[in-house]
Write a protein that binds this ligand. Structure first.
Ligand code: ZN
Length: 443
């Protein structure tokens, strides 16, 4: 297995399909249960170890036998998960795992073939693994895809084979984006002139930070010069959707490379759920709450502290007003990026619906097919619904795929690029958004 791209830009993982006659996943080929390396040398096999003792890691080991590693997903907050009763959905009761997994396999022998089997049967979105390829890295920094990842939809087992080129290797559902990377992004943007603002604290005491372009927008009592169109971009309410953090990097790159016009201001929240990110959750915060179901109008969750992340961002939004809101996510089943409006079309004013269409067209034409328009609408408890109703804003939920459609299989590259494209699209719509701004309803 190689982590550095070859001429094709692909990570060339050994599929070794000859060792997998009939793709019988659960009953493993016997050669994998006893290391061929040790058979040849008459050695006692070293046992593969699976490490999850680091930030963002999550998986449960079911069995390790020779070069076969059998795993299953964990629900947010830990604990075992129930099996689904039917083909069409999970059983009632119990906590169901999300899709996120992230671990390091160690004690590998270079040149040996290993097989990893991940039981995804308890997951809500188990259908989404079709066409998906596992992300992998030897260094934890440079990630690529395990070409040849297979999904047995009957047994609901995700399977991949690797021929080790080092003694340890990371595997993840998507390229991880750690809190150290977040801190670097915030610091670099602040050093380049953005305002870094802490809006509140999470249950675990982490800061909920925003970047303001230009500075001053979140300073209480200060009206920004010229009443610019205020664009909010919130990322990663769902902890495992690291695509959104790479999107945030693209936003920062775009704004720093070309200053915004005076008529435009952006408030960027690169990670709304740092607790869930650190704990290796798929969706929830430290208290087991799905943040993007906490935005109901009239509810005051600051009183019970279920979601301090949402309360902090809501308060800051009420200070600045919101003209445009992009809430950025990842979709397990999607093959391309897409978005849906915060308000259903029949509820949105005509000019908002028209601007949504224009923004979609800008994203589609600029992204080279990574973004594809599609119909749909979201829940009434989501962030985009709240900003749509509270401010009359052009609000949307933007989703990015886990299945990278880029030929390079670079995992995060497309997401970062879409962040830059989104800023470019907003710039191009700027004059029209300005007219829209005057129609907003301040609370
Ligand atoms: Zn999401």
């Amino acid at each position: 297995m190689r982590t550095e791209p070859r001429r094709t830009g692909h990570c060339q993982l050994a599929v070794a399909s000859a060792l997998l006659p009939g793709l019988v996943f659960v009953a493993c080929h016997p050669s994998l249960e006893t290391s061929p390396h040790c058979q040849r040398r008459g050695l006692v096999a070293r046992s593969v170890t699976v490490d999850t003792g680091f930030e963002g890691a999550a998986v449960e080991v079911m069995r390790i036998a020779g070069n076969l590693v059998q795993l299953c997903l964990l629900p947010d907050g830990g604990g075992r998960h129930p099996k689904p009763k039917t083909e069409t959905g999970p059983s009632s009761g119990g906590r169901h795992p999300g899709q996120w997994f992230y671990f390091r396999a160690s004690e590998l022998t270079k040149g040996e073939l290993y097989q990893f089997q991940l039981d995804v049967s308890g997951a809500r979105a188990w259908r989404s693994y079709k066409g998906y390829e596992v992300c992998t890295s030897y260094t934890g920094h440079h990630w690529c895809r395990c070409l040849g990842t297979l999904y047995d939809s009957g047994a609901r087992i995700l399977l991949w084979n690797v021929t080790a080129e080092a003694s340890s290797c990371f595997f993840a559902y998507f390229e991880p984006y750690g809190l150290g990377q977040l801190e670097s992004l915030l610091r670099e943007a602040a050093d380049a002139g953005a305002e870094r603002r802490t809006m509140g604290r999470t249950t675990d005491g982490r800061s909920i930070d925003a970047l303001c372009f230009p500075p001053g927008l979140l300073q209480t009592g200060r009206e920004p010069a010229g009443e610019p169109t205020v664009v909010w971009i919130t990322c990663r309410q769902h902890a495992a959707e690291t695509q959104a953090s790479f999107f945030a990097e693209g936003v920062v790159q775009s704004v720093l490379s070309e200053p915004l016009p005076l008529s435009l201001a952006i408030v960027l929240v690169p990670n709304m759920n740092p607790d869930g990110s650190a704990r290796g959750h798929t969706r929830e915060n430290a208290q087991g709450v799905d943040l993007n179901r906490e935005w109901r109008p009239k509810a005051d969750y600051s009183q019970n502290g279920r979601s301090p992340e949402v309360s902090a961002v809501q308060a800051a939004m009420l200070d600045t007003g919101v003209d445009v809101h992009l809430d950025v996510h990842g979709d397990e089943a999607a093959d391309s990026a897409y978005s849906y409006p915060g308000l259903p079309r029949f509820r949105a004013p005509d000019h908002v619906a028209q601007l949504f269409d224009e923004l979609e067209e800008e994203l589609h034409s600029r992204s080279g097919g990574f973004y594809m328009p599609r119909p749909g609408s979201g829940s009434a408890r989501t962030a985009a619904f709240w900003t749509g109703t509270q401010f009359g804003a052009l609000s949307l939920t933007l989703e990015m795929p886990y299945k990278d459609s880029e030929p390079t299989k670079a995992c995060s590259k497309s997401c970062r690029r879409l962040g830059s494209i989104a800023v470019d699209a907003i710039r191009s719509l700027g004059p029209r958004l300005g007219r829209f701004r005057r129609s907003r309803t301040r609370p």
